[in-house]
Design a protein around this ligand. Structure first.
Ligand code: ARG
Length: 404
């Protein structure tokens, strides 16, 4: 018999787990974390839905059930750290699920300490990324805690889970019959399994809950994302509230649908569909502002660091000192990242249509083809002559003529 803190979403799998752990004779504390998963669709009803999750855990026999509102922390410390790195795994996925796991791991450890538990448990399976991310986070913070993954110990098929639930009085919501596996928070929603397992199948419309079909999108709309030392705001709204509003607005225009043949940490490929309206708009705006404000060398080098940052997050290495060093690196650019980015939202695209910043490096007098051109055209000739020196030396060194 142990005291266990279980990461509890209220869904079928974690409800079955909760019951199983209790039947094993353990004392189970259910920990539910609010990451704004339902804010995009339930709005103000989201809180009531989460209170119902807590009540459900207690009704199933949990010795305690805690509900932690981590929305602001998730956005400020995790999502915006990723934004500063323009973080996109395999060039497209904003890492919504991946970013939430180290936060959940930290809260599992904190809750275990508060309740004097020696074991933490989660509902991840043995072939996903999330088991890796949660357990690496827990081990880095408190290696004395035992991590249990009951669905890895004995995998549970959906029909088995439903049968177990019926037998033990675990309520089955209508969504339990849905063939998809879904994870969501303010930074995005992920959908896998069911018909998506065949990569030749186009995602059916019913996988999407946050985005309208781009084909049926409303007339174009313009927004301005303002950055103040790297911090974004839209219409003076900031933080989690701004991200929730942007999910609704950009989602209405069908923005942020992603369909990725993805390389998982555990070595296999999987097909995952995402909808990340706010993250797509914000990363697009942030990159555009960087292009105006940072030097060419900074942009070239930062692109390499950004790619590495995204891979670390994906691989569950949030606690790696390299991640912290890369955050310090990104913080060095932030003071200059002040300015406005105007975007046009239409039919699935967020197109940047305007840029301005007090720190911009663009000089119209240098770029212009008009009358007031200040660029020294003659200097270009000397520049080319010197750049050509090594090329000319190479050509001269070849016995056979270099092909044209
Ligand atoms: N493949 C994504 C990741 O590893 C999402 C994982 C959770 N997705 C899900 N549909 N349950 O970050």
């Amino acid at each position: 018999m142990s005291r266990i803190v279980l990461a509890y979403s209220g869904g079928l799998d974690t409800s079955v787990l909760l019951k199983k752990l209790i039947l094993e004779g353990n004392e189970v504390v259910a920990m539910t974390v609010d990451l704004g998963e339902s804010d995009a669709i339930a709005g103000t009803g989201a809180r009531a839905a989460l209170e119902a999750v807590r009540a459900k855990a207690l009704a199933l026999g949990a010795s305690d059930a805690v509900l932690i509102d981590a929305r602001e922390r998730f956005i400020a410390e995790y999502a915006f750290a990723a934004l500063r790195a323009n973080a996109l795994y395999q060039d497209v996925y904003p890492l919504s699920a991946a970013l939430s796991r180290p936060l959940i791991a930290g809260l599992l450890v904190k809750t275990a300490h508060e309740f004097g538990a020696t074991v933490v448990a989660h509902g991840c399976t043995g072939k996903g990324n999330d088991q890796v991310r949660i357990e690496l986070g827990v081990r880095a913070l408190d290696p004395s805690l035992v991590c249990r993954a009951p669905l890895r110990e004995s995998p549970l098929s959906r029909p088995d889970a439903i049968a177990f639930a019926r037998e033990h009085g675990v309520p089955i919501s209508h969504t339990a019959e849905k063939p998809y596996s879904i994870d969501a928070n303010l930074w995005g929603r992920s959908i896998e399994a069911g018909v998506l397992e065949d990569p030749w199948n186009a995602p059916p419309e019913d996988v999407y809950a946050w985005t309208a079909s781009p084909a049926a999108a409303p007339p174009p709309e313009e927004i301005v994302v303002s950055f103040e030392a790297g911090e974004p705001s839209v219409n003076a709204s900031t933080g989690a509230a701004m991200v929730a509003q942007l999910n609704a607005l950009a989602g209405k225009h069908g923005i942020g649908r992603i369909d990725l043949m993805e390389d998982r940490v555990v070595g296999l490929k999987s097909r995952e569909v995402y909808e990340c309206p706010a993250a797509t708009v914000l990363i697009g705006a942030h990159r555009a502002l960087e292009r105006l404000v940072l030097t060419r060398d900074e942009l070239r080098f930062k692109a390499l660091a950004d790619r590495r940052f995204a891979e670390l997050i994906y691989d569950g290495l949030w606690m790696q000192p390299l991640r912290m060093a890369l955050e310090a690196f990104n913080a060095a650019f932030a003071p200059r990242l002040t300015g406005d980015v105007r975007l046009r939202l239409h039919c699935g695209n967020a197109t940047v249509t305007g840029l301005r910043s007090p720190n911009g490096l663009y000089r119209e007098q240098l770029a212009t083809y008009g009358m007031d051109d200040a660029f020294d055209h003659q200097a270009a000739g000397g520049f080319i002559a010197l750049q050509a020196l090594p090329l000319e030396a190479y050509t001269a060194s070849q016995r056979a003529p270099v092909g044209v």
